[in-house]
Design a protein around this ligand. Structure first.
Ligand code: PEP
Ligand code: MG
Length: 883
């Protein structure tokens, strides 16, 4: 079996397509060598050796030793030096390289092959004794740490000791003799810690490093990282052994990193940094200020340090050629590492470069224009989730931030405002022209007006599907939820965190994309939705199979949804309309009524208001389908919580406060989410269903008369678990439609369907489909009830569950495909069997999550529905799922 693949001197045994076998780094080193780029020669030990190693009690295949020896010999021949040769030693680097880059694993050992003898040879050959000794002490430190496991700080202490004793401030001030002294101290550290001497035999060093790379595949950190990023254990890592080149041999040497295009804006300019006379780690370590590659880059950043373009014009020119060649070859923006040794350029790495979403979009579009990639490829180049960064205002990246706490990134975007602690205060101050930040322990439906008035919302309790998070996402307000360190004192009008106190009226800023909470007012920049963004979305729409709808109910949100390209409303939560302005009074009157007549009287007041809402929505959606869900939450959500509020309401309604309190007590449930809500409530009070159906149909008929075009309304019943629950309400709705038809002379066009949000409904979908013309998967409740996990209270320990790998993701954010997903599959299959072609969609928060959207595509759903601001994300994700 072949275990070792060589590269260098313009050829290679591997190539870029062999990433699985050679790892990302190895495959690209081979590829660069193949296309004639100057790559120091070396070889890659394949990932199959890693697999073999773990399958066979941590032993290597028999042929490996010989193949490594052959590989080393080939390198020696190309370079003209010998590994372990005291006179003129070959030194190598050893690096890990999995299929995808993986922090948490052993990274790099440089200068391997140095010992007490070879260091003298290196000193003579390079003519620089200080350089040789510095390389040796760096090697002992690196190898001692990553291979032998001696703690880094033990070496750092010795370095500090020598600096103190000699009065040196910078490492570079140490002389050759100081370094020789330091080397002895380093060796003593190893002897003391391990009870054995630092290995002097280069072969032993090499195999030690190879073993360390393979062992690092199973470190705790690596395992955790793999879990979090869905990287299979079976992939294994490769090991790259490569001849050293030195960027630290004098002023004609350098090392640097670059991106072939600007990774933050996407502009087609060469963007990078370098350091003269330095080794790779110095650029990263931040000890010296790196210099810009180009004169333009230097000017843009106002730097005084000379650019590479000025200092090494010839090598810079070669590097520019490499840039063009790599981009044309890989057809993507590359992130490269290079070293210049005595005015000769060497390429050490290339890989596809990480970029901001803004840059990803611009690069994809410009590469289409340049003829490098197709439109379909461009669609695949943009990470849907990352669109979040550009659909909302974001913090000015140049601005300073004073972070005081962190919560969950519940609704993206950045916002600043003065702190207020109640929804009423938020509304009052906003009306007076202030920008406000609503800070609450948690929010409830009665806070909606304040949330609307606020720039952003900060809560100290609750998770990603808490009320605050869901509503904020729907409204496009920035929200940080569950910032558990913050203690709110409503009475004092302050909150405290990490010893700081913030008072009502103080400015704070939140970043709903990172969860950060900052003091003061941090400037933001606005999103740009035309141009390249619009082009990518258009190309995505051409690829997409599923429709994308929005969850929205206020005219403002519905309009936003349209603007972002929603093709219908997938969920209009009518209860949100019950809180607006005066209508909460009528709603409370209905709840307090002692009999049906009383309720009907109150409902009659609500009817025209609901009808008005629906007319507005139909008007904005212009004939696109609108799914309206009948009342879902338990009634007590509409009653106040605080005692003084009861008095106020009693006065408004002209009744005895005691009566209101008694009714509230009567409605109280210990487990309201599993209680008297949804279709259960509607079956107890069918007059509510009747009023809502009437409002919908009257609005539809009115719109049809006005526009001449029929409105397609889809009436949706929530929380069904038994077919009969649906049947009874269906009859009420049909009767109401007939009545409206008789009264108006126009027959409303509608369908009746149900949410599937309880496990029993999913299992009994076959019979439920006899009465339902569509299903909409309410995966928020379906997740809650499948796991038996409260969507409002589980955030705290779910974070811990994720950290410990008990759950890979928060199931309220990313659909649990194994469990909840199986219920969806079952429901889809059984529903379709009863009613072929039944319309299926999803309207839980997962409808805007790319991972979950790809699952929906696999189930052949007809549409996904999500918050208005996630519509573009869903359009792109649905397109990628279909490609
Ligand atoms: C759901 O349960 O997934 C759903 C969409 O309904 P709600 O979030 O309003 O309970
Ligand atoms: Mg629900």
């Amino acid at each position: 079996t072949k275990w070792v693949y060589r590269f260098g001197n313009g050829t290679a045994e591997g190539k870029r397509e062999m990433r699985n076998l050679l790892g990302g780094k190895g495959a690209n080193l081979a590829e660069m060598s193949n296309i004639g780029l100057p790559v120091p020669p070396g070889f890659t030990i394949s990932t199959e050796v890693c697999t073999h190693y773990y399958d066979n009690g941590k032993t290597y295949p028999a042929e490996l030793e010989d193949q490594v020896a052959q590989g080393l010999k080939a390198v020696e021949e190309i370079v003209g030096t010998k590994f372990g040769d005291a006179a003129n030693p070959l030194l190598v680097s050893v690096r890990s390289g999995a299929r995808v880059s993986m922090p948490g694993m052993m990274d790099t050992v440089l200068n391997l092959g140095l010992n007490d003898e070879t260091v003298e040879g290196l000193a003579r050959e390079s003519g620089d004794r200080r350089f040789a000794l510095d390389s040796y002490r760096r090697f002992i430190q690196m190898y001692g740490n990553v291979v032998l496991g001696v703690e880094h700080f033990l070496f750092e202490e010795k370095l500090e000791d020598v600096k103190d004793e000699t009065g040196a401030v910078l490492d570079t001030e140490l002389s050759a003799d100081h370094l020789a002294d330091l080397i002895e101290r380093y060796k003593a550290v190893v002897q003391e810690e391990l009870g054995t001497a630092f290995p002097q035999d280069p072969q032993e060093q090499l195999w030690g490093a190879i073993g360390a790379v393979f062992s690092s595949w199973q470190t705790h950190r690596a395992i955790t990282y793999r879990k979090l990023h869905d990287i299979p254990e079976a992939w294994g890592t490769a090991v790259n052994v490569q001849a050293m080149v030195f960027g630290n041999m004098g002023q004609d040497c350098a090392t640097g990193v670059a991106f072939t295009r600007d990774p933050s804006t996407g502009e087609n300019t060469f963007y990078g940094e370098y350091l003269v006379n330095a080794q790779g780690e110095d650029v990263v370590a931040g000890i010296r200020t790196p210099q810009h590659l180009t004169i333009a880059g230097k000017q843009a950043q106002g730097s005084d340090l000379p650019a590479m373009e000025e200092v090494m014009p010839e090598v810079f020119g070669q590097l520019c050629d490499v840039r063009t060649l790599l981009e044309n070859h890989y057809r993507d923006m590359q992130d490269i590492e290079f070293t210049v040794q005595k005015d000769k350029l060497y390429m050490l790495q290339t890989r596809s470069g990480k970029r901001t979403s803004q840059a990803a979009i611009r690069i994809a579009c410009e590469m289409v224009d340049e003829g490098l990639i197709s439109q379909q490829e461009a669609v695949m180049r943009v990470e849907p989730q990352s669109l979040d960064q550009i659909l909302h205002p974001r913090l000015d990246p140049k601005a300073a931030r004073d972070v005081i706490s962190k919560g969950l990134p519940a609704s993206p975007g950045a916002a600043s405002g003065v702190v207020v602690f109640s929804a009423d205060e938020a509304e009052k101050r906003a009306q007076a022209g202030d920008k406000v930040m609503l800070v609450r322990i948690e929010t409830s439906p009665e806070d909606i007006h304040g949330m609307h008035a606020a720039e952003g919302i900060l809560t100290t309790r609750g998770g990603m599907t808490s009320h605050a998070a869901v509503v904020a996402r729907g409204m496009g307000r920035a929200c940080v939820a569950g910032a558990g360190e913050i203690r709110i004192d409503y009475k004092a009008g302050t909150f405290t965190v990490r010893g700081e106190t913030v008072s009502e009226g103080d400015w704070i800023t939140i970043d709903g994309s990172t969860g950060e909470v900052m003091k003061g007012r941090v400037p933001t920049v606005q999103p740009e939705l035309s141009g390249d963004f619009a082009r990518i979305m258009e190309w995505a729409d051409a690829e997409r199979r599923m429709a994308v709808r929005a969850n929205a109910e206020t005219p403002e949100d519905v309009a936003t949804a349209r603007k972002f390209g929603a093709e219908g409303i997938g969920l209009c939560r009518t209860e949100h309309m019950f809180f607006d302005g005066d209508r909460i009074l009528a709603v409370r009157e209905m709840i307090l009524a002692s009999d049906e007549d009383g309720r009907r009287a109150a409902l009659a007041k609500i009817l025209p208001m609901q009808r008005g809402d629906f007319e507005e929505i139909f008007d904005i959606m212009k004939g696109l389908p609108v799914t309206i869900r009948l009342l879902d939450p338990p009634l007590h959500e509409f009653l106040p919580r605080e005692t003084d509020e009861f008095e106020e309401i009693a006065k408004d309604l002209g009744v005895d406060p005691a009566k209101i309190m008694a009714r509230a007590a009567q409605l109280h449930e210990s487990n309201p989410m599993l209680g008297h809500r949804g279709c259960r409530l509607l079956n107890s009070y069918p007059e509510i269903c009747e009023m809502q159906a009437r409002a919908i149909f009257e609005a539809a008929v009115a719109m049809e008369k006005k526009s001449g075009e029929a409105v397609l309304c889809e009436v949706m019943i929530p929380l069904v678990s038994v077919k009969k629950e649906l049947d009874l309400l269906r009859a009420v709705i049909i009767d109401t439609a007939k009545a409206v038809a008789e009264e108006t002379g126009t027959e409303p066009k509608y369908t009746i369907g149900t949410m599937i949000e309880l496990p029993r409904a999913a299992l009994r979908a076959g019979e439920i489909a006899e009465s339902a013309e569509f299903f909409s998967f309410g995966t928020n409740d379906l997740t809650q009830t499948t796991f038996g996990l409260s969507r409002d209270d589980s955030a705290n320990f779910l974070t811990d569950y994720e950290r410990r790998g008990i759950l890979e993701h928060d199931p309220f954010q990313t659909l649990d495909q194994d469990g909840v997903g199986e219920l969806i599959s079952i429901a889809a299959e059984r529903g379709r069997k009863t009613r072929p072609g039944i319309k299926l969609g999803i309207c839980g928060e997962h409808g805007g999550d790319p991972n979950s959207i790809s699952f929906c595509e696999s189930q052949n759903l007809d549409y996904v529905s999500c918050s208005p601001f996630r519509v573009p994300i869903a359009r792109l994700a649905a397109a990628q799922a279909a490609i």
